[in-house]
Design a protein around this ligand. Structure first.
Ligand SMILES: [Cu+2]
Length: 663
C-alpha cells in the first residue's frame, strides 16, 4: 500500500508512469489531491463498495458494520463531513439507521478514477472537510483506447466478483456499459469466529453519448443497482438496496475567446431500502422487537449543476457555477409484519431538504513558480420537518417541530498558495466550510436536543482549517507530506444513552490536527520500498475531553520486488491503540464504546503481467490470521446462530485471486 501512495510523487516528478502495479494505496497528485485507480488490484482486497476502496489511502478508515457498506472516515471526519460525489451527482442513502452511506451505491470498478481533495480546499462540489469524487472519463470515443476492461475476482468466504466496463462508438458518439456483480458468504475472523456479513451486490450503469462535433457532447446516463447485506452490528439486515438514476449532461467547449467551457447536468435518483429482522437471519424476539419487524424507507433526489469555465489574461482559470439539490425522504414500517404487512401501509414523508448554491473558483499565476488558488461559495439550505409524531405505536408523541422548517445561508471558501522550488512543491492553504446538518443528524434516529424532543434547529457546523503540504523528490527518494490544523464551531455531536432512548444531538466546539506522510524509495530497478504514517488528534473543547470516533495512529511499510513480468510485494500495516475516547459520544455512524488495542497485519501479493491484455494478481491478506478489530468499527449485536461479539472483528487470513483482461 505504501507503494501506491508514494507513487504519488512519481507523477509529480514528471516521469512517465511507472510500470509497477500499484496494489494498494493511491498516488498523490499533489499534497492536496490524491488519485486512485479503482480498476487496479488492491490490497487488502476491498469489498465491492466505495468505502472499502478508500480505506487503503493513508488518513482513511472505515467504520465496519458487516461485510459491506461501511462508512468511510477521513482524518476523523465521517458521514456528511465527507462530500461524496459520483459523476458529479449526490445520491444519498435511504436508511435512517445509516445502513447505506453514499458509497454503498457506488460500484468503484465502474469508475475511471477516485479523486480525494484534502481539507476545505475546494468548493466546487460543496462545503466539506474533504471531497471524494468518483469520476468517469466519457467525453469522446477514442478508438485507440480499446474496448475496455473485464475482471474476475475470487477469494476466501466464497467471494466472487465480476466486472466489465466496455465502450463502443464512432466519432458521432459512444455507448459505455459498466456492470458489476459481487457476492460473498459470512467471513471468519482470525479466531475462526463466523461474522454475520454475507452480501450480494450488482450494478449496471450506461452512458449514451452524442458527439455531433469536436466541441459538443450530450450524455444520457442510466443506472440501476441492487444489493442485500447482513449486518453484525444491529438487530436487522438490509434485504433491499435498490437504486435507479437518470442523468442528462451537456458539455460545450470553445464557445468564445473567453468562454472556454459550459458544462451542465440534470440528474434524478431514487433509492428504495428494506431492512428486517427475519429474512437473512433466524428471527428471535427481543425487548424492542417482539415480532417480525420491517422498515421500508425511500429517498428521491434531484440535482442540477451548471459550470462555466472562463479564461482571461490575468486568470489561468476561472470557474463560475450554480448547483441545486432536492431530497425527499419517506418511511413506512411494521412492528408486526405477520399481522400488519408493511405493503398495506402508505409511505409517509418525514423530511425534505432543498439546497441552492453559487460558487466561483479561480487560479492566478503570481509568478512563474507561484500560484494562487482560491474560491468561494454561498449555499442556501432548507430542511422541512414532515413528521407529525415522534416515536412509534404506544411510544408516539406529537412532534414539537412538525411542519416547521429550518433555513440558513452558508458561506465557504479557501485561499491556497502553491510554490514550486526546484524539485519541491509547497502549498499553504486556509479554508472554511460551513455545513448544514444532514438528514441523519436532524431526523435520523429520532434525535432530540437538550431542550427539544426534535433536533430540527441544530446549528450548521463551521470549520476553519489550515493545510500545509510538501511534495519533494531527491534522486530516488520521493516524499509527500500534508499537515492540518482545524477548529470547528458548532460541531454536531451525537450522544447515545440508554437503549430505546432517543439520541441527543448537541453543537459543541472542537479542534483537530494531524496529517499524513508518505515516503517512497526506489532502491534499484528491482526493489522499491515505501512507508506511510497517518495521525489525527481531535478534542471536544466544550466538554474538555477527546472528540469521539477518531482513528488511531497508523503506519504502513511496503516493499516490492520486480523481475521481468512479475512483481512481488509485502505490506505490513501497524495500528496503534486508541485510548483517547469519549464513551457514548459519536457521529451519525457510530459512537465510542471502548478504548482499543493496537495490532499489526502482514499481507503479501504477486502480479504477473502476461501481456498487454492479461494480468493475474493474487495475494494473502492477514497472512498470520491475526484476530483484531479496527478502533472505529461498530459494536457487535446478538445474532441468532452467531457467537456474541464485543466489536466486529476484521476478516482473518484471506486468499484472493484476480484476473484482468483488456479486450
Ligand atoms: Cu436500513
Amino acid at each position: 500500500m505504501l507503494s501506491s501512495l508514494l507513487f504519488a510523487v512519481a507523477s509529480v516528478a514528471s516521469e512517465p508512469p511507472l510500470e509497477r502495479i500499484v496494489i494498494t494505496g493511491a498516488s498523490a497528485q499533489t499534497a492536496v489531491e490524491i488519485i486512485k485507480d479503482p480498476k487496479a488490484p488492491q490490497q487488502p482486497l476491498p469489498a465491492q463498495d466505495g468505502a472499502d476502496y478508500l480505506k487503503s489511502i493513508p488518513g482513511f478508515a472505515v467504520i465496519r458494520k458487516g461485510g459491506t457498506s461501511g462508512d468511510p472516515v477521513f482524518r476523523g471526519a465521517a458521514g456528511s463531513r465527507l462530500l461524496m460525489s459520483s459523476d458529479e451527482q449526490m445520491i444519498l442513502g435511504g436508511c435512517s439507521s445509516r445502513m447505506d452511506p453514499p458509497t454503498a451505491y457506488i460500484n468503484p470498478q465502474n469508475f475511471d478514477r477516485i479523486r480525494v481533495i484534502k481539507g476545505p480546499q475546494s468548493i466546487l462540489h460543496g462545503p466539506a472537510a474533504a471531497t471524494v469524487l468518483f469520476e468517469r472519463d466519457h467525453y469522446r470515443f477514442d478508438p485507440d483506447q480499446g474496448l475496455g476492461q473485464i475482471s474476475f475476482t475470487t477469494a476466501s468466504a466464497q467471494r466472487y466478483d465480476f466486472n466489465s466496463d466496455l465502450t463502443v462508438g464512432s466519432d458521432q458518439g459512444f455507448w459505455r456499459v459498466t456492470a458489476s456483480y459481487s457476492e460473498a458468504d459470512d467471513y471468519r475472523s482470525g479466531s475462526g469466529q463466523l461474522i454475520n456479513s454475507a452480501y450480494q451486490r450488482w450494478g449496471v450503469d450506461t452512458q449514451l453519448g452524442w458527439t455531433p462535433n469536436n466541441d459538443s457532447v450530450v450524455i444520457l446516463g442510466l443506472g440501476r443497482s441492487g444489493a442485500e447485506a447482513a449486518y453484525a452490528d444491529r438487530a436487522m439486515d438490509g434485504v433491499l438496496f435498490d437504486r435507479d438514476s437518470v442523468s442528462l449532461r451537456w458539455r460545450q467547449q470553445n464557445i468564445s475567446s473567453w468562454l472556454t467551457q459550459l458544462d451542465s447536468q440534470l440528474y434524478f435518483g431514487y433509492v428504495d431500502h428494506i431492512m428486517d429482522n427475519y429474512s437473512l437471519r433466524s428471527f428471535t424476539p427481543n425487548a424492542m422487537m417482539a415480532n417480525p419487524s420491517i422498515s421500508n424507507p425511500d429517498r428521491y433526489s434531484r440535482g442540477f449543476r451548471s459550470v462555466a469555465t472562463i479564461a482571461t489574461e490575468q486568470l489561468t482559470e476561472w470557474v463560475i457555477g450554480v448547483d441545486h439539490q432536492l431530497h425527499q425522504h419517506r418511511n413506512r414500517s411494521s412492528m408486526n409484519q405477520l399481522m400488519m404487512p408493511f405493503e398495506n401501509k402508505l409511505r409517509e414523508a418525514d423530511a425534505e431538504f432543498r439546497q441552492w448554491g453559487l460558487f466561483s473558483e479561480w487560479q492566478i499565476a503570481l509568478a512563474s513558480n507561484l500560484n494562487l488558488h482560491s474560491g468561494w461559495r454561498v449555499d442556501q439550505w432548507l430542511a422541512l420537518d414532515q413528521r407529525i409524531n415522534l416515536g412509534m405505536g404506544a411510544m408516539a408523541q406529537p412532534n414539537p417541530t412538525a411542519l416547521q422548517q429550518q433555513k440558513d445561508y452558508l458561506h465557504s471558501g479557501f485561499v491556497r498558495l502553491e510554490h514550486q522550488y526546484d524539485q519541491q512543491l509547497w502549498h499553504i492553504g486556509i479554508g472554511r466550510a460551513q455545513r448544514f446538518a444532514d438528514y441523519w443528524e436532524l431526523f435520523g434516529a429520532q434525535n432530540r436536543t437538550e431542550t427539544s424532543a426534535s433536533a430540527l434547529y441544530l446549528k450548521p457546523e463551521l470549520v476553519h482549517q489550515i493545510d500545509i503540504g510538501l511534495q519533494a523528490k531527491f534522486n530516488n527518494l520521493e516524499w509527500v507530506s500534508s499537515l492540518f490544523y482545524g477548529r470547528t464551531d458548532n460541531f454536531i455531536l451525537l450522544q447515545r444513552g440508554q437503549p430505546m432512548q432517543p439520541v441527543l444531538a448537541r453543537n459543541v466546539d472542537s479542534e483537530s490536527f494531524g496529517g499524513e506522510s508518505l515516503l517512497r524509495w526506489q532502491v534499484n530497478t528491482a526493489w522499491l520500498v515505501d512507508a506511510s504514517i497517518a495521525y489525527t488528534h481531535a478534542s471536544n473543547l466544550t466538554d474538555q475531553r477527546p472528540l469521539a470516533q477518531q482513528p488511531p495512529l497508523e503506519l504502513k511499510f511496503g516493499a516490492q520486488y520486480q523481475q521481468a513480468d512479475w512483481t512481488h510485494a509485502v505490506l505490513w500495516r501497524i495500528v496503534d491503540n486508541q485510548h483517547r475516547v469519549a464513551l457514548g459520544q459519536g457521529n451519525i455512524v457510530g459512537n465510542d464504546f471502548k478504548a482499543t488495542a493496537g495490532f499489526g497485519v502482514l499481507s503479501l501479493n504477486s502480479h504477473w503481467q502476461l501481456n498487454s491484455r492479461w494480468r493475474v494478481s493474487f495475494g494473502v491478506d492477514n497472512l498470520l490470521d491475526k484476530n483484531y478489530s479496527e478502533h472505529l468499527s461498530r459494536s457487535g449485536a446478538m445474532v441468532a446462530g452467531y457467537q456474541p461479539l464485543a466489536q466486529i472483528s476484521e476478516p482473518g487470513r484471506t486468499l484472493w485471486f484476480k484476473l484482468d483482461y483488456r479486450p
